[in-house]
Design a protein around this ligand. Sequence first.
Ligand SMILES: Nc1ncnc2c1ncn2[C@@H]1O[C@H](COP(=O)(O)OP(=O)(O)OP(=O)(O)O)[C@@H](O)[C@H]1O
Ligand SMILES: [Mg+2]
Length: 401
Amino acid sequence: MAPKLEIDRLSKVYGDHPDQALRLIGEGASPKDVFARTSQVVAVSDVSFAVDEGEIFTIMGLSGSGKSTLVRCINRIIEPSAGRIVIDDEDVLAMSRARLRELRRRKVAMVFQNFALLPHRTVLENVEFGLMIRGEDIAARRRRCDAALAQVGLSEWAARYPDNLSGGMKQRVGLARALASDPDVLLMDEPFSALDPLIRSELQLELLRLQRTIRKTIVFITHDFHEAVRLSDHLAVMREGSFVQVGSPHDIVLDPADDYVATFARDLDRSKLLTAGDVATRRIPIIAADVGPEAMREQVTRSGAPYAVLIDAAGRPSGYVSRDELGATLRRREVRSLPAATPLPDMYAALGANAPVAIVADDGTAIGAVDASDVIRRLSEPARAASASIGGVAGHSVRPS
Ligand SMILES: Nc1ncnc2c1ncn2[C@@H]1O[C@H](COP(=O)(O)OP(=O)(O)OP(=O)(O)O)[C@@H](O)[C@H]1O
Ligand SMILES: [Mg+2]
């Protein structure tokens, strides 16, 4: 399936000679160099990405990195200097004025940081505004607006004026206004940045809840890494006009491309993102249950681990043995199994002080094992080393040879 939205080598120069500026960039100059030499601002430089239908794609970066410029190029509120923008297989830069107007009224809606509400119109009139300009009849308009206000929980506030609303409620109106036109694509430029942390967090959850039913294609801008990680299916980290890294929040937190990204990732609560598969290792050996007591003793002793997980002929966990209990009669104990996708916080209950937990792939075969000490070690180690475990190749299960 083709992506809903595709951006290909997009650049934006503020200045009179964009071609000259982009030529310098092409020769390896940085936006800073170009500014020093030509006084032109290269705000977006050769950015490419694709967003699938129904996905939240976040662009995260510090102030001035080019986020607003980039997102405004998507519906050509700002004219790009170079590159291609494709929405639903249609070339946005080739659109006529009329077609572009259609795009903005029906297919792509924006939500702004400062809410951009009309102060002398009621909540309902604000939500209705876009539909009015596109000439929709009043009954259809009302129906859509009522539905949009209900979606954001503001039905009771329809007749109020923006001044009567808190910041969080104002942004709900902004969201309702965007949803009323039933667009496919939502462009959200730091929609929650002006809000208090608690309200902000509430609205993030609200957006995620809404998204489960509305399934819009969303490009979300933020300078807050936590927000990006919380909301995104995919996320891009932007710096001085370029993308430094694009990936899932999980991959970016666990394997930041450089120190710039690592700085954002460092203080994030990593336990929320790690899964059992990320923590699983072969430190605790996994041994075929039918090798016989001699071989079992030898393998466990050689590993140095306090225990070993046993697997049956199909590769499924069937028990564990402790090094302390490798006497003449081997004691086989029951082992707990957890799917590789289990979030780390959900594992804690299964982790005993002195027993391993087997981590299994979708088909039930063991891909590794952990105990409490593995989890603690994993949470305390620096972010960069984190992708080296076998979690990255989940599905490579261990089978008896
Ligand atoms: N109209 C303009 N003319 C000249 N330079 C501009 C213009 N608009 C933005 N810039 C410059 O382009 C660069 C990118 O700005 P942009 O607003 O896209 O960044 P941003 O990532 O959205 O920042 P913020 O987080 O502060 O909103 C900055 O250096 C900014 O000063
Ligand atoms: Mg901005």
